[in-house]
Every structure is written in C-alpha cells, then in structure tokens.
Design a protein around this ligand. Structure first.
Ligand code: AMP
Ligand code: MN
Ligand code: MN
Length: 343
C-alpha cells in the first residue's frame, strides 16, 4: 500500500481546516474545481454538486474542469451545474483555492496537476484507499462509498442546504460508485444519504434511466461484438479465473461510437460466474490501453493496478497499459497470483 492519509478517514481537525479554507475566501476569490481524467458519475457529480453549493455560498469566480478533451459523457450531459465547466486550457492558472475530486493521485489530474502548486490552497476530496496524500488539505475517506459522500458532509458543515440541483449531482455520484446500491460499500449511511437527496424531490427513475439504461443502438451492437470475443481463462488468478475482452479504436469508429460508451462494458463482463476477476482493455492509442479490473472478492485488483502504474479500490481498479493487448494481459496475469486475498 502506498503511503497516504489515515485509513480511518478525515479527523475533526481535517474537517475544520477544509471549512476554514472555504470560509476565509475573500470576496472575488477564484476557485477552481478539478476532477479526474475521463470523469465518471462520481467525479463529475461530486464536483458539480459541490460547485453549486459554493455558488449558493456566494462564490462567483468559480470554474470546474478536468484534464483531457472537454467532453462530458452523453449520459451525464444533463447534470445541473454543467455551466461551471471550462476546458482545461481555460482554467485559472493560479486560483486562490483548488479543490480536487475523486482522484487518488496527482497524475489523475493530468495537465491540471500543476494547480496543486500554483493555487493559494489545495483541498482534496476523495475516497480511494490508494490516495497518495497529494495536495495540502485532505478529506480522504476510504470508508466512503463515493467522493460525493465526503462532498455532502463538507457542504453540510458549510451550512449549505441541499436543493434538487445539488442533490441530483450527488445522487448520480452515489449511484454510480455503489453500482446502484449493490456493492459492499452500501452502508446504512449510504441509504440515509440517498434518503436526504431524494427528499429534495429528485426523480430516481428518470435519473437512472438517463445515466445507466440509455445508449445508442450502435453501442448495443458494439457491445455485442466485444462481448462475443470475451475469453474465459479459468486457471488464471491461482484458479479463481479471469474473464477478459478488449475494444479497439477501430471498433468505435466502425460503430460510430465515442470512447465513454465503453465505460459500462466491464459490468457486462464481470457477471461471468466462472471468473473472480474481470478485465476490459479499451484502446486509447496505437499501443495504449485504458484497463478496467474488477474482482468478486478473491483478488485485490487495486494491488494489480498499482503494480502496473494505476490505482483504484480493492474490487474495482484500473491502469494505463502500454504495448499490445496480449502483452498488457500477460502483465496482468503475472500480477494476479500475487494479489490473492489470503486474510
Ligand atoms: P474504471 O475501471 O475506469 O471504472 O476505474 C475503476 C477504478 O480504478 C476507479 O476508482 C478509478 O479511479 C481507478 N482507476 C482507473 N484507471 C486508473 C488509472 N489509470 N490510474 C489510477 N487509477 C485508475
Ligand atoms: Mn471516479
Ligand atoms: Mn469515486
């Protein structure tokens, strides 16, 4: 495990320091919110929900951004607060405060990582056990189901009441990272948070349909093709089994699809009963793959991902793999045996 903040989560002193950092912002202060590259529902939802909260507090010079192309995945393109977004190239070069969301390491902030040094203050909201402790003020809770859990508590401590717009953002974040309340991290506190969010009047059926249950027909066909080439490798992970597949940039072009449609592909692969570990390789360059790893419990895939330069959670992790798909897969196979959970 990399060194990082205590696994116990933020202390009262951490909360107080974060609250003070927001409260002491002078009138006209510039605040930059940043989330991780290829933002998912938790990254965007916690960032925009918190941003709307800051706006309610009277922060006017407020930007939200993320590294890489400024493209929001279609299923999230209705989120309240999208007007806060600016392309990374237009982000304040030296904000008074930078707040980072859902990034376990500075590298996940790409070209925006320099703001950790140029900003007057740097606050990190996250829930990855692998968080490296980057930034100056930390609200990192590995026990939290989503970064939005941390964001909601901070908003509460700042006396920002939840409204339907903030709640919609935080609800998307919460449902994304808990697999719609199916994963182990779904504690009573998660349901209590969901209850507070739903009490604002947001419509969970509409939100879930937009975020999880809507995709273009081309994506359905693309999934069919990619799932059709999935491989089951029963001896892998010391006999716990590995199921994997890959999608190339050419696949995306042929089906006229954007890369983010592949984000949910891992969910269709990981249901394979015969394998503890699921893996999807998504081509992002000629010899470059965004790799998603999932485990049902026998393997700590965050150890595999960290050993290969990435990070994540025990049962959901990822990294960037260089070389051919077979080469990247060979490296994963080699790491799997050593990542068995023995305790
Ligand atoms: P994904 O498979 O993209 O849904 O990501 C699963 C988990 O792994 C998330 O918690 C990510 O933050 C983390 N993760 C994915 N890719 C990387 C990467 N390249 N570096 C570090 N962490 C990653
Ligand atoms: Mn995320
Ligand atoms: Mn998250």
């Amino acid at each position: 495990m990399l060194p990082g903040p205590a696994l116990a989560g933020p202390t009262e002193a951490d909360w107080a320091a974060a609250v003070a950092a927001v409260r002491r912002l002078p009138t006209g202060a510039r605040v930059l919110l940043v989330c991780h590259v290829n933002p998912d529902g938790d990254a965007l939802g916690s960032m925009l929900g918190f941003g709307l909260g800051l706006r309610r507090l009277g922060v006017r010079q407020l930007q939200a951004t993320f590294p890489g192309p400024p493209e929001v995945p279609e299923p999230l393109r209705w989120l309240p607060g999208l007007d806060l977004l600016v392309p990374a190239a237009e982000a304040y070069p030296d904000p008074d405060l930078v707040v980072c969301f859902d990034a376990a390491s500075a590298s996940r902030l790409g070209e925006l990582a320099d703001r950790l040094d140029t900003a007057g203050e740097a606050l990190v909201l996250d829930h990855h056990a692998s968080n490296t402790g980057f930034g100056r003020l930390h609200l990192v809770d590995p026990g939290a189901a989503a970064t939005s859990v941390v964001a909601e508590e901070l908003l509460g401590r700042l006396d920002v009441p939840l409204d339907a717009e903030i709640a919609a953002c935080l609800y998307v974040a919460l449902t994304t990272d808990t697999g719609s309340f199916r994963f182990e991290a779904t504690t009573p506190a998660v349901h209590q948070l969901a209850a507070r969010l739903l009490a604002t009047g947001i419509r969970p059926g509409d939100i879930s349909r937009q975020v999880f249950d809507t995709r273009p027909f081309g994506a359905v066909r693309l999934f069919g093709e990619v799932l059709g080439r999935a491989v089951l490798d029963c001896p892998a992970a010391a006999g716990h089994g590995l199921v994997w597949t890959y999608a190339t940039m050419d696949d995306l072009v042929r089906h006229d699809q954007r890369p983010y449609v592949l984000e949910s592909l891992i969910d269709s692969v990981r249901c394979t009963a015969e394998a503890d570990v699921a893996c999807v390789l998504k081509q992002v360059g000629p010899e470059e793959w965004a790799v998603s790893l999932r485990s049902k419990g026998a393997v700590d895939v965050s150890r595999v991902a960290m050993a290969l330069g990435g990070g994540g959670h025990r049962f959901a992790a990822g990294f960037t793999g260089l070389g051919s798909a077979q080469k990247v897969l060979g490296r994963i196979r080699a790491e799997l045996d050593g990542a068995l959970i023995t305790s």
